[in-house]
Design a binder for this molecule. Sequence first.
Ligand code: AMP
Ligand code: MN
Ligand code: MN
Ligand code: MN
Length: 279
Amino acid sequence: MKLDLHTHSAASDGVLPPGALLARALEAGVELLSITDHDTLAAYDAIGGAGAHGDLRLVPGIELTAQWRGQVVHVLGYGFDATRGALRAGIADQHARRAARAQAIGDRLARKGIAGAYEGALALAGDGCIGRPHFARHLVAVGAVRSVDEAFTSYLSDRATAAAATRWADLDEAIAWIVADGGQAVLAHPAKYGCTHTRLRELLADFVAAGGTGLEVLCGRQPPDAFAMLTALCRRFGLEASAGSDFHAPESWRAAPGLVPDLPDDIPALWARWVAGYG
Ligand code: AMP
Ligand code: MN
Ligand code: MN
Ligand code: MN
């Protein structure tokens, strides 16, 4: 079956409004979808909640920004009941952090001679939860850089000067919000943290100890050997496997219009609980 458990709408740093994202997924034949915006549930508020949308089933989702041992990691949450309020309370703090960081990034860019970036990024974010991609798109639009990639390399990467240090939720806090609302916590794109394998195992040990139960074994474009490495980690830590494209914008959609994951028989699929008759 075709599914996608990792996508972004304009409620965070995606380009399509939530309704357009849903329509595009339906058109692509996706049967199970989750919109996992960064630190916000606004997409679900905009389209009237999770559940059946035509032939597509929409599962509640979010991608939380968290910190672990001085490093930023992303925690996906699924299948929660947001009316319980733990996630909503938690993301209110994340929004305040994002707002403060955006001002700090704007100030630093201004000191480097790029005025008005804060206002520009805010305008691009609109009602959405502001993030570095909004700054990157603004820097491209005003000709300060040639590409989003260059914006990150020169101004916005964690190492680059404009990336203001932010104290995000701790890993165990982020997991606790998801679990308190009855959801499953999944570690996003583990191959993208630049960790050694030893450090990744330490991260997963802490992740499991804090209540995490899933690992994203397929995410967008990843190195060809990542899948085998990540399914082996599912086995070792008793984790369910998740899969998604990390879709942000239509140009990249073609690379991953939903996916049809093929897991080894002994690896439990996170999505089985939402799909009658799967596995
Ligand atoms: P933020 O949530 O504000 O910290 O921004 C992180 C987001 O920026 C990620 O979810 C990606 O969508 C995007 N991003 C991170 N690094 C890069 C990069 N090098 N080039 C393009 N986009 C990136
Ligand atoms: Mn993003
Ligand atoms: Mn991410
Ligand atoms: Mn993502």
